[in-house]
Design a protein around this ligand. Structure first.
Ligand code: KG4
Ligand code: ZN
Length: 321
C-alpha cells in the first residue's frame, strides 16, 4: 500500500492507494474558505494551515482505509510544481513518516499526478492518449505514451484555464475559487449572448488573458441592475469561450500526434460543459479532478522510489521543469 500526501497549493490531502490502483481512502481538506476573503491563495497562510492539518489528515486517511502505518510500503509526496512553502510541509511530513518506519519515499510531480488520476480502479485508462491538463495553475496539452511520463505539446502563454475561470468569477462577483460557480450560473444563461473572442495563437498553445479583458469591458458597460440581469448570460458566454478553446486544441493535438484517444484532467475537468462537449474523451473521476492525494499515490506506482535513508536531499521545486 502507498500513503500519498499532497500540499502543493491550498488543499491538504492524504490518501491510501493499493499497488493495483484501488483507492482505499482519499481525504481532502480544502483551505478555500480561509483564502476567499483575499480573492486568491495567500502562500504564507497556506503553509501555516498545512502545518496544522497535515497530521490529522494523514491520520484520517489511514483510519478511513482501515489500516495503519504498519501496512504502508512506501510514502509518496508531491515535490512540485507549487508553492514552495506549502510543498515543504508535505515533503517534511512524508520524510518524517518514511524515516520513522524505514520506508522508501516517492517524490511525485504534481502534473504527472493529475494525469495518474486516470489510472485508478474501477476504470483505469491505458496509454497512449492525448491529454489536456487544465487546472488553476496550468494548462497543458500532453502526449502520454507510457504511464508516469508525458511529453509536452503545448501550454498557455498567459493565464491558466482555471485562473481564467477564477478571474472571470471575480469580475462577476461570484467569489473564489470561481470555476464551479461559473459552471452553475452558466446553466441559466445564454452562451451566445456575448461574443467573447479567444485569441488564436500558433501551434498547440493557449492564451486566455484577452478573454478576461473582454469580460472586464463587458461588465464595465453595464450598470448594477443590468449586470444582475445579465450575469448568467455573461457566465455562459465566458465559459463557452474557454471551453471551446480547450476542446478545439485537444482535438487538434490528437490529430497532429495521431493519438486517437483523448483525456482531460485537473480542476477544470470538473466543468460540466467541457465534459459534455467532449463526449468521446476520458475524464478524470469528478472527485479526483481538483487536487487530491489519491492521484499522487497513483502516480507513485510508476516512479522510482528513493530508498531509506537517501531522501534527506529531496527538495521542493516551484515551477515547471
Ligand atoms: O487542479 P486544481 O485543484 O488546482 C491546481 O492544481 O491548480 O484546480 C483548481 C481550479 C480552479 O481554478 C477552479 O476554479 C477550477 O479548477 N475548477 C473549475 C470547476 N471546478 C474547479 N473550473 C471550471 N468548472 C468547474 N466545475
Ligand atoms: Zn493541481
Amino acid at each position: 500500500m502507498i500513503l500519498g500526501l499532497e500540499t502543493s497549493c491550498d488543499e491538504t490531502a492524504a490518501a491510501v492507494v493499493t499497488d493495483d490502483g484501488r483507492v482505499l481512502s482519499s481525504v481532502v481538506s480544502s483551505q478555500a474558505d480561509l483564502h476567499a476573503r483575499f480573492g486568491g491563495v495567500v502562500p504564507e497562510v497556506a503553509s501555516r494551515r498545512h502545518l496544522e492539518l497535515v497530521a490529522p489528515v494523514v491520520r484520517a486517511a489511514l483510519t478511513e482505509a482501515g489500516t495503519g502505518l504498519d501496512d504502508v510500503d512506501r510514502v509518496a509526496v508531491t515535490q512540485g510544481p507549487g508553492l514552495v512553502g506549502a510543498l515543504l510541509v508535505g515533503i517534511s511530513a512524508a520524510k518524517a513518516l518514511a524515516w520513522a518506519r524505514g520506508l522508501p519515499l516517492v517524490p511525485v510531480d504534481h502534473l504527472e499526478g493529475h494525469v495518474a488520476s486516470l489510472y485508478l480502479e474501477p476504470d483505469p485508462l491505458e496509454p497512449p492518449f492525448a491529454c489536456l491538463l487544465a487546472s488553476g495553475g496550468h494548462t497543458l496539452l500532453l502526449a502520454v505514451r507510457e504511464r508516469g511520463r508525458s511529453e509536452r505539446l503545448g501550454t498557455t502563454l498567459d493565464d491558466a484555464a482555471g485562473e481564467a475561470f477564477d478571474k472571470g468569477a471575480r469580475l462577476l462577483g461570484l467569489g473564489y475559487p470561481g470555476g464551479a460557480a461559473i459552471d452553475r450560473l452558466a446553466r441559466e444563461g445564454d452562451p451566445a449572448a456575448f461574443a467573447f473572442p479567444v485569441a488564436r495563437v500558433p501551434g498547440l498553445d493557449f492564451s486566455f488573458s484577452g478573454l478576461k479583458t473582454a469580460l472586464l469591458y463587458a461588465v464595465r458597460d453595464l450598470d448594477e441592475d443590468e449586470l444582475d440581469a445579465r450575469r448568467a448570460d455573461l457566465a455562459a458566454s465566458y465559459q463557452r469561450a474557454i471551453v471551446s478553446a480547450l476542446a478545439r486544441r485537444l482535438t487538434e493535438a490528437a490529430e497532429r500526434t495521431g493519438l486517437d484517444r483523448v483525456a482531460v484532467v485537473g480542476g477544470v475537468a470538473a466543468n460540466s460543459e467541457l465534459r459534455s462537449s467532449l463526449p468521446d474523451a476520458d475524464f478524470a473521476p469528478l472527485a479526483l479532478c481538483t487536487d487530491n492525494a489519491a492521484m499522487i499515490a497513483s502516480c507513485a506506482r510508476f516512479v522510482e522510489p528513493v530508498p531509506y535513508p537517501r531522501y534527506r536531499d529531496v527538495d521542493a521545486y516551484a515551477s515547471l521543469a
